[in-house]
Write a protein that binds this ligand. Structure first.
Ligand code: GLN
Length: 196
């Protein structure tokens, strides 16, 4: 099994380390090109800055080189398992308050920087699919609506913070920064395995 982490900006190495910690046999690939994308069975879209990520996704990396935006969108639509954390969730959402959506494949509405500025970032705790996990919210978005085909896997303060729609997993928090806890990464690996 090969898991890619979109490696344009944001918390890339933390995700790669978490996946490697689960099982050394899982191949991890930082994805920057369409050729790299073609090698992966599942993709993590990390946190970072969604506007920056989006710009890079839509820009050809070199003259006559295809940008990643359409190939990623097509893979997700064709059933590839994908997990967006924080900015990654924003890119997947079908509606983003005050902006045009990016991939628009996950039936949720989202408000960017819903808890305020960087200084309002915090670590909480909650239940994710029956497990108690630490939740690091870093300039996190707030999910303000969840479509009928979307399952809420975790809530914090009465709001959805982890959701799943078939092959799409999205969290507003950052499991990759929690030391020694790779259980949500394991959950995603199981999703990828189910689709492989
Ligand atoms: N605030 C960022 C955005 O709107 C997301 C922050 C993050 O990914 N940690 O894109």
């Amino acid at each position: 099994m090969t898991i890619g982490v979109l490696a344009l900006q944001g918390s890339v190495s933390e995700h790669l380390k978490m996946i490697t910690s689960i099982n050394k046999k899982i191949v991890t690939v930082p994805v920057r090109t369409v050729d790299e994308l073609a090698t992966v069975d599942g993709l993590i879209i990390p946190g970072g800055e969604s506007t920056t990520l989006r710009k890079i996704l839509e820009t050809p990396p070199a003259p006559n080189v295809e940008p990643l935006f359409i190939p990623i969108k097509e893979r997700i639509a064709a059933g590839m398992a994908v997990w967006g954390t924080c900015a990654g969730l924003i890119l997947l959402a079908s509606r983003v308050e005050g902006e045009n959506p990016c991939f628009g494949l996950l039936d949720i509405d989202v408000k960017r920087n819903g808890y305020g500025r960087q200084i309002n970032s915090f670590v909480g705790e909650g239940e994710f699919d029956g497990m108690t996990v630490g939740m690091a919210f870093i300039r996190a978005p707030i999910v303000t609506r969840v479509g009928s085909g979307v399952q809420v896997l975790a809530e914090y303060d009465g709001k959805p913070v982890a959701v799943r729609q078939d092959n799409i997993l999205a969290t507003t928090f950052h499991p990759e920064v929690m030391q020694r806890d790779n259980r949500i990464h394991k959950y995603f690996c199981n999703m990828v395995e189910d689709k492989v």
